[in-house]
Design a binder for this molecule. Structure first.
Ligand SMILES: CC(C)(COP(=O)(O)OP(=O)(O)OC[C@H]1O[C@@H](n2cnc3c(N)ncnc32)[C@H](O)[C@@H]1OP(=O)(O)O)[C@@H](O)C(=O)NCCC(=O)NCCS
Length: 375
């Protein structure tokens, strides 16, 4: 009998220099650098450079990279038209469709060389926020905001979403969120991206597969679900009973548990602090208080390896920034593009078709009965 590894749990299928995760102690490094240092000292642009090129940039390198990102923000008009045509769909469906459509207008689409993949990776990193924001504006009957060529990646995202220059504190928060989501090893969406490019399909195909995979509530959808849960709960006093009832019915509490971490997700602490500060700044402490109560009730589950994850606090931050709930997963996607690109580049670099096996458990050697003889 073959040994089946359900969900590929615990299976190593390749080597990487992208990120190191020690789930037992809650440690995360991007390209060797602690997530805590990047969260406290870096910017999304610098972190994206680190991921794509493997080293922290010099000032000149960062400035050139930043210019490339800024110049790449606009999307072709036909892709804007695709967004208009699909505007009623979930933003992740629109994003998936628009990323796929970008392939039709990318000059490097069928060039899978490292240089071309870096060029495409930079373009996709810059274009994904433009798609997300243009769609949100179009579905509200508003004209898309032309991307700024001076604002940072995070500030430009908020600017394109709300058509006003963001408060620097909000832009800093968005920047932190993008850093924390930028890369995370062989998660389901990055694995989907690797599977796609392992057939030597192009990078746009890989990123399209990744966006499709991120959509599910077990992966990118958790932040949205956490916020829905907080809204359902409504007041901090109701949190305990709500969570206990959910657990009693063997339901999952969103924003807890992780395939890899058996300790607190190291990214969560940065958003916890920011979520508390933002709630105070906005004069709406209730959301943080609800989350804090849920966190308390879930503490006994730490012993079972179920700890809070990055998505638990992210939702409350987006909500207080005024971001619509169905954009929470697209925001995750916007942050993750450099990580997906890096995973794809590594896959191309040492490629082998990703093709595992399934244990067959169905009937054997059945006799084929012609259709008019079947009862
Ligand atoms: C992320 C997740 C899919 C990981 O799943 P996994 O590694 O396959 O772990 P499992 O789903 O097999 O869970 C193992 C056990 O912990 C329990 N568990 C896991 N996450 C839980 C949660 N959030 N709430 C309550 N119980 C949970 C499971 O019910 C299971 O219990 P059992 O052994 O009694 O059946 C899962 O924890 C989850 O669905 N969490 C909520 C969604 C979420 O926050 N996702 C974002 C991840 S960054």
């Amino acid at each position: 009998m073959p040994e089946v590894h359900l969900g590929l749990k615990g299976v190593y299928f390749a080597s990487t220099t992208s990120s190191f995760i020690d789930g037992e102690v809650g440690k995360l490094l991007y390209r060797g650098y602690a997530i805590h240092d990047l969260a406290e000292h870096s910017t999304f642009e610098e972190t994206a450079y680190l991921l794509l090129y493997g080293a922290l940039p010099t000032r000149a390198e960062l400035s050139a990279f930043d210019q490339q990102l800024k110049q790449s923000r606009p999307i072709p008009e036909p892709v804007m038209e695709v967004i208009r045509l699909t505007k009623q769909a979930h933003p992740m469906d629109v994003l998936r469709t628009a990323v796929s459509a970008l392939a039709a207008y990318d000059p490097d689409v069928s060039d899978n060389s490292l240089a071309a993949n870096l060029r495409k990776g930079i373009r996709l990193t810059a274009q994904v926020p433009t798609i997300i924001c243009a769609h949100d504006r179009i579905r509200k009957g508003l004209p898309p905001v032309t991307p700024s060529n001076t604002l940072s990646h995070a500030a430009n995202f908020l600017y394109m979403l709300f058509d006003k220059h963001p408060d620097p504190a909000d832009a800093k928060l968005m920047d932190l969120d993008f850093i924390l989501h930028a890369e995370h090893g062989s998660n389901a969406s990055a694995f989907a991206c690797r599977v796609a490019v392992s057939s030597l399909a192009d990078l746009h195909g890989g990123i399209t597969a990744a966006v499709a995979t991120l959509k599910g509530p077990a992966h990118g959808g958790a932040a949205e679900e956490v916020m829905k849960m907080a809204e359902d709960i409504g007041t901090p006093e109701r949190a305990e009973a709500y969570v206990r009832e959910r657990l009693a019915k063997h339901g999952k509490v969103m924003g807890f548990g992780h395939r890899v971490y058996r300790a607190e997700d190291p990214r969560a602490r940065h958003l916890r602090e920011r979520s508390r500060e933002l709630a105070e700044r906005c004069g709406e402490p209730r959301w943080y208080q609800i989350l804090d109560h849920i966190h308390e009730v879930m503490k006994p589950y730490n012993a079972k390896g179920i700890w809070v994850n990055v998505d638990f606090y992210a939702g409350s931050i987006y909500y207080l920034l005024g971001v619509p709930e169905d954009l929470f997963i697209p925001i995750f996607a916007a942050g993750r593009v450099p990580g997906w690109v890096l995973q794809a580049i590594e896959q191309y670099d040492d490629n082998i078709l990703l093709r595992p096996l399934l244990e067959y458990t169905g009937p054997m050697d059945l006799q084929y009965v012609p259709i008019d003889q079947r009862g």
